[in-house]
Design a protein around this ligand. Structure first.
Ligand SMILES: NC(=O)c1ccc[n+]([C@@H]2O[C@H](COP(=O)([O-])OP(=O)(O)OC[C@H]3O[C@@H](n4cnc5c(N)ncnc54)[C@H](OP(=O)(O)O)[C@@H]3O)[C@@H](O)[C@H]2O)c1
Length: 253
């Protein structure tokens, strides 16, 4: 897969906070037509020891108020916000921009077998029908029940591991005129996107705590080392948190 940074004009596009991110996102439509996939912003919060949740994959509070505000600001700049079914089951999020001005991104959930509970808070939102991305073999009665409950189940081909084929999904989102996707988590989803080299900007909030919880790069996901560097990183303190911004560069496998 071609790396965005192999494009000489893109190589020098640094990301030094929200204004630079906004500038990149303003060109996301052109990016989509050139690459036939949306521009992907990977953004999550972790502890100093790299945990994004507790040991049993349960939600923990990591971001302070200032970095939470940043997260909402990033959401408001992207067309779609994407999480895995593990995050829906653990956090029951609504995936809105909360106190920030701007549109809510369209919610997308990777949910191979359609395990999203019909009572999930995301499905109670009156403003949107979340896209639940499922494999073609998902049970038809779950498709019907979730459609009645406020969701739009959307079939997508499965990869060899049985889960959603991310390049195929990115192409499908591009065909639906989605220019930008914010990937928020959880660990399995972040790991999959990074393994597929599907990230154009990485924004990591580091909370000054050690948790001993769920590592962001899920060790159960692969036996290969992930050799990813953040190019020309920009460091920003927000409240008690440190935020690292940058563009990913993978070493050749
Ligand atoms: N700190 C943060 O910024 C942050 C952000 C978000 C979430 N979290 C935390 O992360 C935890 C959940 O993480 P998690 O790893 O258990 O779950 P997850 O990454 O949210 O969801 C993983 C599930 O998504 C489904 N999936 C479908 N296609 C996939 C693909 N191509 N790649 C990966 N997953 C795919 C799989 O379930 P099926 O096979 O059943 O479809 C998979 O088990 C929660 O505790 C949540 O609080 C933290």
């Amino acid at each position: 897969m071609e790396n965005e940074l192999s494009d000489p004009t893109a190589r020098h596009r640094f990301v030094r906070g929200l204004p630079d991110l906004s500038a990149l996102l303003s060109e996301a439509a052109e990016f989509r037509s050139r690459r036939r996939r949306p521009f992907v912003v990977l953004s999550y919060a972790q502890s100093v020891d790299g945990s994004i949740a507790g040991r049993r994959r349960e939600r923990i509070r990591l971001s302070g108020a200032e970095s939470m505000h940043l997260t909402y600001s990033i959401r408001a700049r992207c067309d779609v916000i994407l999480v895995g079914i593990g995050t829906i089951l653990a956090d029951d999020p609504r995936l809105t921009v909360k106190q920030v001005d701007g549109p809510h991104p369209h919610p997308v959930v990777l949910d191979t077998r359609l395990r999203t509970p019909p009572a999930a808070r995301l499905l109670q939102r009156p403003d949107v029908r979340p896209w639940l991305i499922h494999a073609p073999a998902a049970p038809p009665e779950r498709i019907r029940r979730l459609s009645r409950s406020g969701a739009d189940p959307m079939p997508c081909s499965a990869a060899s591991d049985g889960r959603i084929d991310l390049p195929a999904l990115m192409q499908a989102l591009a065909e639906r005129a989605v220019n930008s996707v914010m990937v928020e988590g959880g660990a399995r989803v972040i790991t999959s996107f990074l393994r597929q080299r599907l990230a154009d900007v990485v924004i990591v909030t580091i909370s000054p705590q050690l948790v001993g919880g769920l590592p962001v790069i899920d060790p159960g996901e692969s036996d290969r080392t992930l050799d990813l560097h953040i190019d020309h990183p920009f460091y920003q303190t927000l409240g008690r948190d440190l935020v690292i911004w940058g563009r990913p560069r993978w070493t050749a496998a």
